[in-house]
Design a protein around this ligand. Structure first.
Ligand SMILES: [Zn+2]
Length: 205
């Protein structure tokens, strides 16, 4: 792509670093911003900067939050003894949308994936195991996507906690193998949480 302006080229290059945004789309977005009042670009860039500089992670569940404890962990009506283990905030949002779950979450921040250089120590696993060891959790619900990485991660965590007094379950697979939680419809996802099965059963199948 030949640019008549270095400034334009820089902006397009930065924009195209985002996932799913190729050079052509990046150019379209940048030209769109140029046509709009300058104020719009200011609002966009300052909101991104502010988010990046001040964003917090809940000290209890590692979900993205504006305060030290996220709204879910801070809500006394939620059951802190049931903990649903998910990959990231998108899964929390998907499950919250079902209105079928009243427990807490634990956000791992990814899945174990040796191909991508992600090992157990890169994820929020230790804090989960600590909570189980301290007897603070009655039930762990594994709700990672049913991919090889998801299964590996579930099993790794399961091995760390299987000797402690905690029930482990996994969401029922109305969700087909390989599906990401965020793409499941609310009814299916809601049902699969209500009809969760013992984790050991999922290992045998
Ligand atoms: Zn939280």
């Amino acid at each position: 792509m030949e640019f008549s302006s270095k400034l334009l080229e820089n902006a397009v290059n930065e924009m195209s670093q985002l996932p799913g945004i190729g050079k052509r789309t990046a150019l379209r977005l940048v030209l769109h911003l140029l046509k709009r009042p300058e104020e719009q670009t200011q609002k966009l860039s300052s909101s991104l900067l502010k988010m990046r500089e001040t964003i917090n992670f809940c000290t209890n569940c590692h979900n993205i939050s504006d305060s030290q404890l996220c709204e879910i962990c801070a809500n006394p009506r939620r059951d802190s003894q049931i903990v649903c283990v998910v990959e990231d905030i998108r899964d929390v949002m998907a499950i919250e949308n079902t209105s079928q779950y009243r427990g807490h979450y634990h956000v791992l921040g990814g899945k174990i994936s040796p191909m991508d250089g992600v090992g157990p120590s890169d994820l929020n696993i230790t804090s989960l195991v600590e909570k189980v060891k301290d007897g603070k959790i009655n039930e762990i619900i594994f709700a990672l996507s049913s991919t090889m990485e998801g299964d590996t991660t579930n099993f790794y965590i399961y091995r760390q906690i299987e000797n402690f007094n905690v029930v482990t379950t996994t969401i029922a697979r109305g969700i087909s193998v390989g599906d990401e939680l965020e793409y499941a419809d609310e009814v299916t996802l809601g049902r699969s949480i209500l009809h969760r099965i013992p984790f050991e059963t999922s290992l045998k199948s």
